[in-house]
Design a protein around this ligand. Structure first.
Ligand SMILES: Nc1ncnc2c1ncn2[C@@H]1O[C@H](COP(=O)(O)OP(=O)(O)OP(=O)(O)O)[C@@H](O)[C@H]1O
Ligand SMILES: [Mg+2]
Length: 196
């Protein structure tokens, strides 16, 4: 059984790795969507057999990474902080054209439990403290008038969530980056989960 499982992961890893990004995205989106009725009934979501592997976890839940390494699946534990994440995700999904928010491809929510399929992002590295200080100072002072219109929209969204009673949770771990060859730095900053 274990051997079969390992074999499946090896096959899935190579198969998905060579999928075109769009095809892989459609495939995984469909897989999450197909689980919607079962999730609605039982609030359970199984990654077994999908080829997704455990990546990391935090206060919110567990993060799994797709075999092609392009997507992650975030599965919440169903604790109180998920209300804040759910509220931020609503904002994120309404602002998918904004480069500062993660690209979300599928979202299941039942009660306080969520399953989110999103783009895989990367840690900020040495610019992490610069960005966490800058963004938390802007949010704390409710300054939503920087030179960057897209950033202002996200700052306004976060300030609104804080006014709604959620806590500011901007710190280095909740700010990540996506590769962006057109940008002078080579990356785009992405705010993954700024409230708790
Ligand atoms: N889109 C993503 N792509 C790649 N890794 C991610 C993504 N989102 C989160 N992670 C990683 O998964 C881990 C868990 O993330 P999560 O947001 O659940 O918890 P946390 O940031 O450690 O804690 P918290 O947000 O509750 O303060 C983190 O180490 C984070 O780097
Ligand atoms: Mg986080």
């Amino acid at each position: 059984m274990l051997l079969l499982k390992i074999l499946w992961h090896v096959v899935a890893f190579f198969a998905y790795r060579f999928f075109k990004p769009d095809y892989a995205r459609q495939f995984f989106t469909q897989w999450v969507e197909n689980s919607r009725p079962k999730f609605k009934a039982k609030q359970k979501f199984s990654v077994i057999g999908s080829g997704f592997l455990y990546h990391d976890s935090g206060a919110f839940g567990e993060v799994y990474i797709s075999p092609c390494r392009r997507f992650v699946l975030k599965k919440s534990y169903g604790c109180a902080c998920d209300k804040a994440y759910g509220a931020y995700l609503k904002f994120v999904m309404a602002n998918q054209g904004n480069p500062y928010v993660p690209k979300v491809y599928a979202f299941l929510q039942e009660g306080d439990k969520q399953v989110v399929l999103m783009e895989r992002l990367h840690k900020l590295g040495e610019s992490q403290s610069y960005w966490s200080n800058t963004l938390s100072n802007l949010v704390r002072s409710q300054n939503t008038e920087t030179d960057d219109a897209d950033l202002n929209i996200v700052l306004e969204g976060i300030c609104q969530l804080i006014k709604d009673g959620h806590k500011n949770d901007i710190y280095g771990g909740n700010i990540m980056r996506r590769k962006c060859p057109d940008s002078p730095t080579g990356y785009q900053v992405v705010i993954t989960d700024p409230v708790s």
